[in-house]
Write a protein that binds this ligand. Structure first.
Ligand code: CMC
Length: 442
């Protein structure tokens, strides 16, 4: 009978080893048993960018990149986008099940009662330069929350974890909106807890002189759906950053600040901002072929295209593309959509993109919607960060509760110099800029 095991022969010693296979994986630490001699180090697995390494078992999000499937806790993303709300989805992601009416009312109450921030936060915001990027402000202020809530360091305490989760999900829209108002030189707007999670966020962003801001229901629902689509995506760069920092038992505010920092990068959540810059640079559809040429020669990347997991159309991109047209009914069409559609058409027809299975990802169309809502490009990744907080908090809790997890500490293959004797500075030769010594002379 077939066995769930892998048998390998070490040709250096002729020894055979049996490695157990569990859920389609072998344990990397089992490789340590493979060594030519007892006094030598065991085998390592070398996996730059962790491209084929599972670092945990997780029950939160499921991605089948070949078939373009995404589920949160088993629920298809399409159904959640159609039928759920962000707050309900956040409950599902964090707690594992959809809430009944009673539990949802409690959850909503618990989140909204944590939407206020300490008045000193406004002073931090005021300390940033007028043109500070709001993602930088968010990294700073979310990290600073740890100093307001020193109880958050009790990461092994379930009640403390629950409290910090409510606080973070509750406060993220407030911090994000404050960052926006600061960059515009506008007064901060306090939360209105009678509005929905996203309605309140729009109010904190856009309320000018009204006593009570009334969000447009289509736009409110649009932002809510976008938040659902961005809420969780298993072991991406920012979630991994959160997990890595949290594995040192650091408080969740510091860990989430690290996640936001990772998300800020143009290859991750910063891509939605870059897509708009790209579409503006292209300017007219006749310039698309020339632009694509540069993407194929490696001069630049086609932003909003490609994904480590999806080798098929990202299901979120499909939903966002549809949503864009619904928003344009209210806001008027964003003229860049015509360039985006034609760029997508030409890329999907091009051998380079076909061969590499590069498709639009969720960042390709989302920026067009944010822009139509009147948000500046620098705010796009900030909205991503608000939504992803649910996923980050769920992963944080999962990591803390997982008895197999320890402080994250990968290995390396040392390729530097062997032992050398120190020479005093007076007698030292000029350092040589060797081609292969990039890391020493950056
Ligand atoms: N434009 C042109 N070529 C690309 C692109 C792209 N957007 N993405 C990948 N490639 C090429 C790449 O040059 C390589 O070609 P070759 O095999 O000839 O060297 C091949 O496709 C495989 O690329 P890779 O860099 O090994 O793929 P990866 O899985 O490491 O990178 C990615 C994934 C998302 C970083 C990358 O596709 C990319 O840079 N995309 C543009 C940025 C972007 O849209 N990021 C948002 C990602 S989704 C949301 C999120 O995570 O926040």
């Amino acid at each position: 009978m077939a066995k769930d095991a892998l048998t390998v022969t070490d040709e250096r010693s002729g020894a055979r080893y049996e490695l157990a296979i569990e859920r389609g994986a072998i344990r990397a630490t089992d490789l340590k048993r493979i060594k030519p001699r007892d006094d030598e180090d065991g085998l390592l697995s070398y996996d730059p960018a962790l491209a084929n390494t599972a670092i945990c078992k997780s029950a939160i999000g499921f991605v089948d990149g070949d078939r373009g499937i995404l589920r949160y806790r088993g629920y298809p993303i399409e159904e959640l986008a159609e039928k759920s709300s962000y707050l309900e989805t956040a409950y599902l992601i964090v707690k594992g099940e959809l809430p009944d009416e009673h539990h949802f009312a409690m959850w909503r109450h618990n989140i909204t009662t944590h939407s206020m921030v300490h008045e000193n936060i406004k002073k931090f915001m005021d300390g940033f330069r007028y043109d500070a990027h709001p993602m930088g402000m968010l990294v700073g202020t979310v990290g600073a929350l740890s100093t307001f809530y020193p109880d958050a360091k009790h990461v092994l305490d379930l009640e403390s974890r629950r409290l910090q989760t409510r606080r973070l999900i509750g406060k993220m829209p407030t911090l994000a909106a404050f960052a926006y108002r600061r960059s515009r030189g506008l007064p901060y707007v306090y939360p209105d807890n009678d509005l929905s999670y996203t309605g309140n966020f729009l109010s904190m962003l856009f309320n000018m002189t009204e006593l009570r801001y009334k969000p447009d229901p289509v736009l409110e629902r649009t932002v809510d759906v976008l938040f659902i689509l961005h809420a969780e995506h298993e072991q991406n760069c920012s979630t991994n950053a959160v997990r890595c920092v949290a594995s040192a038992r650091t408080d969740p505010y510091s860990a989430v600040a690290a996640g936001i920092a990772a998300l800020y990068g143009p290859l991750h959540g910063g891509a939605n901002e870059e897509v708009i810059r790209m579409l503006e640079e292209i300017g007219t559809v006749d310039r698309i072929p020339e632009y694509l040429k540069g993407c194929k020669t490696g001069e630049r990347r086609l932003m909003g295209f490609g994904h480590r997991l999806y080798r098929n159309y990202d299901p979120r991109a499909r939903l966002i593309k549809k949503l864009a047209y619904e928003v344009f009914e209210v806001t008027g069409k964003n003229p860049l959509i015509d360039i985006a559609i034609e760029l997508e058409r030409q890329a999907l027809d091009d051998e380079y993109f076909v061969a590499r299975k590069l498709f639009p990802n969720l960042d390709y169309y989302s920026g067009l919607i944010y822009q139509a809502l009147g948000l500046p490009m620098t705010m796009f990744p900030v909205l991503f960060a608000i939504a992803r907080t649910a996923g980050w908090m769920a992963h944080w809790a999962e990591l803390i509760r997982d008895p197999e997890q320890k402080i994250i500490r990968p290995r390396q293959i040392y390729v530097g110099e062997g032992p050398r004797a120190y020479t005093p500075i007076e007698g030292r030769p000029e350092p040589i800029m060797r081609e292969d010594a990039v890391s020493r002379f950056i």
